[in-house]
Design a protein around this ligand. Sequence first.
Ligand code: MN
Length: 733
Amino acid sequence: MAGVKVNYTYEQLMAEVKQYISNPKDLALIEKAYLYAADKHKHQKRRSGEPYLVHLVQVSYILSTMRVGPKTIVAGLLHDVIEDCGVTKEEFLQDFDEEIYNLVDAVTKIGNIEFKDEKEYLAENHRKIFIAMAKDIRVIIIKLVDRLHNMRTLQHMPPEKQRKIAAETLDVYAPISHRLGISSIKNELEDLSFQYLDRDKYYEIARLVEQRRSERDAHINKMIEDISAMLKELNISFRIFGRSKHLYSIYKKMLTKDKAFGDILDLLAIRIITDTELTCYEILGYIHQKYRPIPGRLKDYIAMPKMNMYQSLHTTIVGDAGNIFEVQIRTEQMDSVAEKGVAAHWRYKEGSKYNPAKEQKEIEEKLTWFKDLITLKDEMGGSDAQGFMDALQVDLFDANVYVMSPKGRVIDLPNGSTPIDFAYRIHTEVGHKTVGAIVNGNLVPLTTVLKTGDVVELRTSKQSPGPSEDWLKIVKTSNARNKIRSFISKKMGEKREPVIEKGQALFRDEIIRRGYDQEYLSGKKLEHLYGMFNYNNAADFYYAIAVKAITISAIMEKIYNRSTPLDNQEVQRLVNKNEKKSVNTKHGISVAGIDSMMISLAGCCQPVYGDEVVGFITKGQGVKVHRVNCVNIAQEKQRLIDVTWDDNQEHLRYPTSLYVESSNRNNILSEIIAIVSAQKANMTFISAQETEDGMSSITRMTVNVTDLKHLNTLMTNLRKIDGVYKVDRMNNG
Ligand code: MN
């Protein structure tokens, strides 16, 4: 609950630190920072009357619970010495190194961001600049924790200041912790802010929650008992507990869904933690078997993680007495990411050399991976949230520049951008009519490269003939480049038809040359394709191809990514390792004159008993058995050899991968899982993702079947699911 009294001392800080840091040098450094801060701040007191040092120790304590590295703890202790004690860089560097100085300096600068006018985009600007200035994730975490502690002790501030700080926290700090997935900090910041921004509402909800507590606890405990008994019987390892929603999230649900307190569904909430992803789905299946799920409430954030890396299964079920429960199912690792977000990936490991650049890179890869995987709109903030996540990624990991219009609007541009990029970002017409630029009060050439903090004013003229070819060489952003190209091609507009035809021919030839699916040449698939490049019709798309506004290779890449189900590595992962071992010596297949040890099933087409198959004599790996129509052997003639299935197959299982295309409706994944389990096809892998247009969902899975007949029955049943329009075996050619 908000307003908790916490009072961590230096002893408690060190006790926490010693749980994961043992290097005497690091411990000595932390002690030195503590003594340094104690000395520098010795005459300062907080509004509460406590010595200022208390704040620093407590910030560092919270940081240590997040298992940050020693330098981050040191920076936490020293984060106010530049600002409050006037310590200069030279002075600082006599005692501590440059890396720590940079952390403290960045924390200080972020603290000093001030905006003059209260425009509606203020909060967004603030968040952007905050992140742009931080650069290093450690700075953001220190700043978030600093704010968390200040919010915990906000009662000592005058009311006016309380509201201002609480509003800023809600607008800037809570969303940033959300973006980074640090829900423990986000939730506390939100509840604390809420308490100061709308005291009446806060206490009303707190009272309502409290009133129903014993009744609620009884329901939850009963449900926990029932589910525990069921899972124990099934020999599934798990942890289960009830959880309470934080007050602000209840309040927000009441507001956005216009509901009374009593109607908020997920007040009764249960979380189940288990060991593997597959067990999560298994548990979900059993729970849905036992309790009625509420339609439309199943969310599979495991297959489709949120932007901030959050993964979990969510479902809502009706319990025995008609009570409604929200159930979350996830692994330990997912739970840790859910609570600590990026910080969970950042855990300081002693002995491993801490390298900020390397760590940053790892997170970058993680975020990129997640970004590629999903196009989910975030439930909290719609498309703005998505935009912010994109911005966050660029801000944190690319060297971006932030420039301002004279009115204080912040525009982010890639490094190397010029005033023309800026102009096109403001408005297309502004771009076309720009004739000059004034940066920080000086007239500059349009080729000038902009830096963060530049204030850019544009000179436009109605008489301007518009952009010329030369500008294409000056601009950095694809946005500006596309607009200049389209302006130029429109000016030359008269001969559009032949250009369109040329583009169409280029496109068609390339599809055929690469042997891609010719369905992309017309109809739905073509529509999807040009939609992905933001074109509304085929003519504009072909035109863009002809004038090279989009490159043919970019288009081909999109098709390739959409139509290639899995890469080899993934297929390797698909094959259940144990399964592979036990079957390895005998696959139920014979080749005249060849030892069965030397025969194995090809991973690419994954034949099952009953498939028409052929052997391929590999170099040094014996005979690989492929399905006869496998593309990998299509060109082979000489090295093929006849193989035959043995008759007695009963004990064998064949792993094979399926590809399911379906509408993107909510429960479809659980229905697919239910069919597979009803068919006893022992699933060993599943992954689902939305298509780029968000209309469909592609599910890939590996099942283990006894033979072709079993597989066909399974596929037929999958096709019967409402909304499934394609079920295929995968042949990773
Ligand atoms: Mn502070």
